[in-house]
Design a protein around this ligand. Structure first.
Ligand code: SF4
Ligand code: SF4
Length: 96
């Protein structure tokens, strides 16, 4: 049976740590004013970052896969504060 990526991702479970996002944008003004590419908005596999029409970038970490890509692509401005979720929270991968 063929299973596509979306179906595989759907099998994972995610526990939200309400009020304690494990990734934050340090300075929203930097995203809006200084970051031309806003790469985080298109590399995130879970679509956590969203480019709003007015150049602001919003981040909702629910569903984050902890891949680290957003931190890697933000090397021009180092504007992403990134840490793993607290124990028991975040993504629970289902293998197989
Ligand atoms: S890559 Fe970094 S500076 Fe640019 S929009 Fe994303 S978080 Fe902001
Ligand atoms: S760590 Fe990966 S999945 Fe999580 S917000 Fe960053 S790019 Fe998206």
């Amino acid at each position: 049976m063929n299973v596509n990526v979306e179906e595989k991702l759907f099998q994972n479970r995610y526990k939200v740590d309400h009020g304690r996002p494990h990734i934050t944008i340090k300075d929203a003004a930097v995203c809006a004013n200084d970051c031309k590419l806003q790469s985080c908005t298109y590399v995130c596999p879970a679509s956590c970052y969203k480019a709003e029409g007015n150049r602001t970038v919003t981040l909702i970490t629910d569903g984050c896969l902890e891949c680290g890509s957003c931190r890697v692509v933000c090397t021009e401005h180092f504007n992403v504060a990134w840490e793993y979720p607290r124990g028991g929270h975040g993504i629970l991968f289902k293998f197989g």
